[in-house]
Write a protein that binds this ligand. Structure first.
Ligand SMILES: NC(=O)c1ccc[n+]([C@@H]2O[C@H](COP(=O)([O-])OP(=O)(O)OC[C@H]3O[C@@H](n4cnc5c(N)ncnc54)[C@H](OP(=O)(O)O)[C@@H]3O)[C@@H](O)[C@H]2O)c1
Length: 315
């Protein structure tokens, strides 16, 4: 099978033939039709993730996929060959299996039937970003009429989080550039805050001197980078990058959660239902063939995108 893979530690990703893997216990072999790209794929491709979790080589890139079940391993009795599915390669050591290939091995627990009406490109864009957004929104326990800031709203996770918050009756403040304003407003943001000309914190403190209720931060890599001073006493924070430090937040009268996306079957089927019902819009920035998947990863790492990049692997 063709696979975009890192042959050995420190090497550049290349598209070349690898043997088709066989599904082990609890696993499903999926013929990949489309694979959605995520920020983590660029970290794995560049080798950055190797400091955090062991890697095994050859390492196939990509974690989200939509396709057709080819074979199931022992103990998988609820998915059958020929079934249309979408899913995610769960993050577990060592990182090695991936979806930017003709065939991919996924854990059955992270594979869900793809409902008729949900196309493969949309389905492939949903798993990780949708599950992360869902976890972040749940973590801040938003109440109707509360005001919540999403930092990084223009990205894959943020675009879903904005919609999920708005659907719960929340006033959503979303960061983005001027180019994102129309799109984010269309997704339900009440205000789009341009983070490029002036400090987001200053803009929000000027507009909300009593503080807002919660922050979902998808950009900060440390507590000192979180915009904690925009929050009222008792405010809540969710971080996708481990920036929440309980002691530091507690000292400021705040609470927080470092979220971990779990794109399990239950979460995936809820996301599919929302996408089908039209309550969750999946913005696709670009669809590229497998031959250009490495370019897609470079684009994700280097250029401002307006939605998800999806690799179309086969029909
Ligand atoms: N914990 C988990 O389970 C989990 C799950 C999924 C994702 N994540 C992490 O969460 C982060 C977001 O993921 P993603 O898939 O949404 O990534 P993404 O699509 O690359 O989106 C990140 C967005 O943040 C914007 N941004 C960059 N700097 C900013 C700033 N200073 N202020 C406001 N916005 C800024 C980016 O805009 P530009 O394009 O203009 O730079 C981009 O639109 C990634 O770091 C990812 O690794 C964690």
């Amino acid at each position: 099978m063709r696979a975009l893979h890192v042959p050995a530690a420190g090497e550049q990703p290349r598209l070349a033939e690898l043997p088709v893997p066989a599904p082990g216990e609890g696993q499903v072999l999926v013929r990949v039709q489309a694979a959605g790209l995520n920020a983590i794929d660029t970290s794995i491709a560049s080798g950055t993730m190797a400091q955090m979790m062991p890697h095994a080589y050859p390492l196939i890139l990509g974690r989200d996929a939509a396709g057709v079940v080819e074979a199931v391993g022992a103990g998988v009795d609820d998915l059958t060959p020929g079934q249309e599915v979408f899913g995610h390669v769960l993050l577990a050591p060592p990182i090695q299996a991936g979806t930017l290939a003709d065939d991919a091995l996924l854990s059955a627990a992270a594979v869900s039937p793809r409902p008729a009406g949900l196309d493969v490109v949309t389905a492939a864009a949903l798993p990780l970003a949708g599950a992360a957004a869902s976890a972040a929104v749940d973590a801040v326990k938003p109440q109707p009429r509360e005001t919540v800031l999403v930092v990084g709203a223009s990205g894959g996770v943020g675009s879903f989080a904005v919609q999920m918050l708005a659907s719960r009756g929340v006033t959503v403040l979303a960061t983005g550039t001027a180019a994102d304003t129309e799109r984010l407003t269309g997704l339900g943001a009440a205000t789009v805050i341009d983070y490029t000309p002036a400090s987001v914190v200053d803009q929000i403190r000027a507009a909300y001197p009593d503080g807002i209720d919660a922050v979902i931060d998808l950009v900060a890599r440390g507590t000192d980078q979180l915009p904690l001073s925009v929050l009222r006493s008792g405010g809540r924070v969710a971080s996708s990058l481990g920036a929440v430090d309980d002691d530091a937040l507690g000292a400021a009268g705040l609470t927080g959660t470092n979220i971990k996306a779990r794109p399990t079957r239950e979460v995936l089927s809820a996301l599919a239902e929302q996408a089908l019902a039209g309550t969750l819009t999946v913005d696709i920035d670009t669809v590229v063939p497998l031959e250009q998947a490495a370019d897609g990863l470079n684009t994700l790492a280097n250029r401002h995108t307006s939605g998800k990049i999806v690799v179309k692997v086969s029909d």
